[in-house]
Each structure stands twice: as C-alpha cells, then as structure tokens.
Write a protein that binds this ligand. Structure first.
Ligand code: GLA
Length: 694
C-alpha cells in the first residue's frame, strides 16, 4: 500500500492490478482507479483528471467509494442512516487511516453526529482480489442511529464506450444460468429477498466493455461473501459511467444501532483481470482455495447419497444394501439423506425432531455407521437445522421459535417453517443437537440443507425485529464454525434445495456445495458452466443418478452421466440396487478413472473450451498433467463437431495420452485440436488424460 499525503491518495497493488482511492475536498472517499498496474504518480494524474459536474442538475463530480445520502448525490446510496432528530444526510470528516500488512483502513466520522465509519481494503498476498467491507459504529455517547442501508462497498469501472454485465440467474433445478447482456442506462438490481443466497440470483457480477471473450479482454468482477438476503445495484448513468454497490439485506429493512454498537458488513470482493472470463474464473478459484476454503488441499472423496434412490423411504436394511454396492464401486463416503429421524415419512412431518426414527433404525444409527466404516467408507448424514415442520414435537413445544408476525399467517412451503436462529435459545438448541449427533456417531460429513425461503420474517416482542435477517445468517455461520472447531474431522456440504446457498460466505465454513437437485447431465453442463465462473471444481458436488432422469425423464448413457459429474467432486446418487451387473462393472471402472484424474480436476486450473455448439469441454491443468472432459449432447445428421483446440498446452512440448500411449505435439493440440474418440449418437463424451513429456 502506498500513500501520497499531498494528494491524500492511497494505492493498493496486486501482482497484475492496482486500485486507487483519494479523499475529496469534502473528506468523502472517492474512487480513482481499478485496473492495470499504475505507479503512485500515474494514479495521482488520473485523480487530477476528474471531470467537473456537467450542469447545476448533476451530482458532485467523482464516484464515492461508499456513497451516502447528502449533498448533490442522486445515485444508489451505499450507506443510508437516520439520526435520532430525523436528520438523514451524512457529512464526512476524515479521521485518519492505518495500514498493516495487507489491510488499509480509512476512518471517517460525521461532522456533527456520533457516527463513525471505517472503509476496509485488503489484498491477500499473491492475489489481485481486493476484499472490501465497512464497519459502522455508534460511539458510546449518542442516541441510537437507524441504519436503513449499509453496503460493504461500491465499485466503479473506467469509462468505456460500452458496458456488458455477466450474471447468474435461474431457479430450483436450473441454478447458475450464465447471462450476458448490455448494461442498460438505468439502475439494475440483482437481489435475494429470500433469507438465503437463492437459486434465482447469485451474488457475483462481472462487467466488461462488450468485447471480452473466454481468453481475452478486461473483466471487472465482484462477489459478495454472504449467505442470506443481499442486494447489488448496478448503475449506468447517461454520461457513460458504470458503478455498483452491494451488501447484505434487501431494500426496506432497517435496524437500530444502539450507543456503543458496531455493525460490520460481510466482504464484497473485487477482481480485475486482463485475460478474459477464463482468467477471471481461474483467479477467483485461486482466491477461493488460497483464502476462503477451510481445507483446500484436501481431495474430495467420491460420495454416495441415498436421496434419489430412496426418497423418504430410508431404513437400516435399505441403507446397508446401498452401502454394500456403493463400497464395491469404490465410493469413499456414504451419506444417508433425508428421512432418518423423527416421524419423517414424507415432507409433511418430523423436521425438528432430530432423533433416529425408532421403526426404521430400531437400534439407532450406530449399526449403520459401524457397517459403513467396516466397508471402508466414511459416514455422513443429511440435516436441515434451520427448519421445522408444524407437525413435529419441536414445533408443538416452541411455536414461537419460528419466523412469524402478529396477526399474519405463517406461510408454509414444503410444509415447513423457518426457525429464527437469531434467537439465542433456538440457536443454542440447534448447536446442541448437532454437536451431540456428530459426537455420538463420529459423523464425518453433514449435508446442511435449507429447503425454503423466509416469509413473515418477524420476531414479535423484539424491539428491532429486522435484525433477524442478518442475525439468522450469522447464527448459521457461528454454529458451523463451532462444530468445525470442536470436530476437526467434520466436513460440511452446503445445500438449499440444490444450489440455493452457494457463495463465498458459506464456502468459508463448508467444503462443497450441492449445485442443483437437477442431476440430468445435459442440463448440468449449463449449470456447471455457470457455477465455474466463480467457484472451483473441488467444491462442486455432482452426482451420477438413474436413467431416465427423475426430473427430466431424459435417457442418457452411464458413461455420459459419469463424464459430466466428473467435472466436480464426483458422487453417485442412483438406486444401485436396480443397476445391472454390467452397469455396476462399468460404474466401478468409471469411478476408478475419476480417481486417476481427480487430482488434476480438483486441484488443477480449468480452461473452458467451447466447440461449435455441439461440443463443450473443460481442460484442467495441474503441473504436467492435463485432463479433458468433453461432452456432445446431440448431433445433427452428417455433422462432426469442430476440432477441440486445447488452451493450456505449450506449442513446443509433446503430450502423451496416458490411456492409449499416443503422443501429440503441443502445436497440433493448439492448432488442429485434440482427436476425440466419441461414440456415435447423442450423449457422447470423452475423458482424455495427457501428460506433458518435454
Ligand atoms: C433438498 C436437497 C436434496 C435432498 C432433499 C431432501 O431438496 O437439495 O438433495 O436432500 O432436500 O429432502
């Protein structure tokens, strides 16, 4: 970090990027530069070029790092407050800065009212990612301050002739659909009002000038580390600037900051890359591994999950039959999904009663866990700690523990309600039973689900009920953190009805994400493509299930299903008791092939390769090893997919196919493409392992 006191300008520098901010005359912190590396002198020159306001109708010149209400500001504010006397605007006074190692803190306070704000900037060593967050404090001598909005950060990109945004949208069974669209001259809001990250939008956004491609062009992207409701507002003004602000909570919430209290936002991380969307993804993956995940070096085990095989019809004998077959396939972690507890015979009852069902598991979970271990596998369980069925002993005992509002219905979704874990008693209860369960059975893995959004999110009797939107998510984080600390061997999969809770916040305390309940391999290619924009392969849970697929009724060959699921942390979720001997044999071979390739897939660097529309592929590189997974969902008559040009090989090196022994000069892999042995017909796929020889 460099500081120019004369110009009151700070410059942060990463390996290939720099970021500069300065103090304006009114002591607000203004954006100067985010992009290619600049010297301090160059950044100062950029700052001096700031254009004056265009007319008496326009805002103050320059872009705020955390825009407030007050003065001539008309764009989307990042921080909105109301003081006890009704004043809403903020006027800043600079209160110093400090920096240690990777972090810069710029301190501000209001000129009159007891409000202190710190803008935090951190560039973790070796990355170009800038982590930004805000703390707001009400020092111990004033009245309460009402916070109407408190974002983590606002971002600005340099002036360009055009702007395009890339974002992820979708729904249940269709998460992570990548959309690229011109940024309208308007305010565009990406948000979740659901209390979870959501299937419908993911808190990731990339902006370019409309010309970036997979391997070329400047891309500015940001990702919010938060697993509850959130909002990102992108603003393209009529004069050619694009900025965005984002943070936790959605519009309309407020909370009261009591004297002595501090509010800290989650991290909103930003990344500038000059090598296209592929290089942006690779840099994000490096950041997630290096600075977010708890166990990035660990190779994710091949898991089996019982959900699609049994639904709620879970019992000891059935699970043991599946476990025996799973172990024979080479599965390393056996996970019993929903249905093992309480009166959970359907989605109508039992959620909240976390004791093994006495009919289905007469001797508890002990015999199943022991047999799974004898078979050489680890043992995992599905849980949904934030939810309750009204038809449960828990709800009968504590009807006041759920989110609810006086004089309003309690809207049920999937016959369940949401527990208010912002309540210390409910959170303590959730931690206690989880801790007991993990301890009693030495559970290796929890699939932590959340199968509905918030509705009627009230807290009758509480003076500041909107706090629960943040308090609930923080309680989830605290419970997970405490469980992990007390059970160092425990691994957690994040899930919310599939991919409804994937974000950098949850990834800081989980090991993988269940990306979608949709296990159709053709649909999955698109879901996985979107997921890979931000999140690395090692956290992407992907199962092979039965054909026809239960969601889409599409029939696909086992090999194709495996090759698609191998692009992440491979799992199997089919009804193995119905698989033929031939299918089981082929599946065992494919699991073995995955184990040969997974170091490269899980720990390597991915290059997304696009063919001619019929062929899609990903090339993973790890040291001298390369793995290519190629998928061709359908082909028209007489049409051969165009050659698959590899992206991560060197022209002057030679590569050997590890399975066939054939050698390929790198120059040909780059320019003529990789020969693929694709079977005829639809749903063709290939797994190719190459080793660099020289
Ligand atoms: C959610 C999950 C599924 C399964 C069911 C169980 O939908 O995404 O994988 O665990 O809940 O009810």
């Amino acid at each position: 970090m460099l500081f120019d006191p004369a110009h009151r300008l700070w410059l942060l520098r990463g390996p290939t990027t720099s970021y500069a901010v300065r103090l304006a005359e009114d002591d607000s912190v203004r954006h100067v530069h985010w992009g290619a590396p600049l010297t301090l002198a160059q950044a100062t020159q950029v700052a001096e070029r700031a254009a004056p306001a265009a007319s008496s109708f326009e805002a103050v010149a320059g872009v705020d790092e955390l825009a407030v209400e007050g003065g001539a500001r008309f764009g989307p504010p990042s921080l909105l407050v109301r003081f006890a006397d009704g004043t809403r605007a903020v006027e800043w006074r600079y209160a110093g800065h400090d920096a240690d190692g990777e972090q810069l803190r710029i301190h501000l306070r209001d000129r009159h009212y007891p409000l202190r704000v710190t803008l935090h900037y951190r560039m973790p060593a070796g990355t170009d990612v800038i982590e930004r967050w805000t703390t707001v404090e009400n020092p111990d001598d004033g009245a309460a301050i009402t916070i109407l909005r408190c974002d983590s950060a606002a971002w600005a990109v340099p002036h360009r002739p055009a702007y395009r945004m890339s974002h992820l949208t979708g729904g249940w069974n269709s998460e992570f659909q990548l959309r690229r669209t011109e940024v309208p001259v308007a305010e565009t809001v990406l948000t979740s009002r659901r209390g979870i990250t959501s299937h419908h939008a993911n808190p990731w956004l990339a902006v370019d000038d409309g010309t970036a491609g997979e391997e070329h062009g400047e891309v500015w992207s940001t990702a919010l580390a938060w697993s509850g409701s959130w909002r990102i507002t992108l603003h393209r003004d009529p004069f050619g600037r694009t900025t965005w602000t984002g943070g936790f909570g959605h519009e309309g919430l407020s909370w009261s900051l009591a004297p002595g209290e501090t509010l800290q936002t989650p991290v909103f991380a930003g990344l500038y890359t000059a090598g296209g969307f592929g290089s942006a993804s690779r840099a994000w993956h490096g950041y997630v591994r290096g600075h977010v995940l708890p166990h990035p070096g660990e190779t994710r085990p091949v898991l089996y999950n019982s959900w699609e095989a049994t639904g709620f019809n879970v019992d000891e004998a059935g699970q043991l039959a599946l476990a025996a077959r799973a172990a024979a396939l080479g599965v390393e972690l056996f996970v019993t999904d929903d249905g093992w507890f309480g009166d959970r015979n359907s989605e109508r009852a039992g959620l909240g009663d976390w004791v093994p069902n006495r009919v289905r598991f007469p001797a508890g979970l002990g015999p199943l866990a022991a047999q799974v271990r004898r078979l050489g596998m680890r043992f995992g369980l599905w849980v949904e700690p934030e939810m309750v069925n009204p038809d449960s002993d828990l709800y009968r005992a504590h009807p006041d523990w759920v989110l609810h509002m006086a004089n309003r219905d309690r809207t049920e979704m999937r016959h369940q309600l949401v527990l208010n874990l912002a309540r210390p008693d409910a959170a303590e209860w959730a931690h206690a039973w989880l801790d007991r369960l993990v301890r009693e059975h030495q559970i290796d893995f929890l699939k932590w689900d959340a199968n509905r959004p918030f509705t009627e999110a009230g807290w009758p009797g509480h003076a500041d009920p909107d706090r629960l939107w943040i308090g609930h998510t923080r309680a989830v984080y605290r419970i997970m953190d405490r469980l992990r600390a007390d059970h160092p061997g425990l691994r957690i999969e994040a899930c919310a009805g599939g991919g409804g809770r994937a974000d950098l916040g949850i990834l800081a305390r989980t090991d993988q994400v269940w990306a979608s309940d949709n296990t159709d391999p053709v649909d999955r290619i698109g879901i996985q493509h979107g997921f890979s924009q931000l999140y690395p392969a090692q956290v992407m849970g992907a199962w092979v299930t039965d054909s026809p697929n239960p969601a889409t009724a599409r029939r696909t060959p086992l090999r194709f299903r495996f090759h698609v699921a191998m692009a992440g942390a491979l799992g199997i979720g089919g009804d193995l008791t119905a698989w033929t001997a031939d299918e089981l044999k082929e599946a065992a071979e494919l699991v073995a092939a995955y184990k040969e390739a997974r170091t490269v897939i899980q720990h390597g660097t991915p290059f997304r390769l696009r063919g001619d529309g019929t062929l899609t592929a990903v090339e993973y590189r790890h040291e001298n090893e390369h793995v290519v997974l190629a998928w061709c969902p359908s082909r028209r008559f007489g049409h051969q997919p165009a050659p698959l040009h590899l992206a991560a090989v060197q022209a002057d090196a030679v590569y050997r196919n590890r399975d066939t022994g054939a050698t390929h000069p790198g120059a040909l892999l780059l320019y003529s493409g990789l020969p693929l042995d694709l079977p005829p017909g639809d749903h063709a796929s290939a797994l190719v392992r190459l080793q660099r020889l020289s």
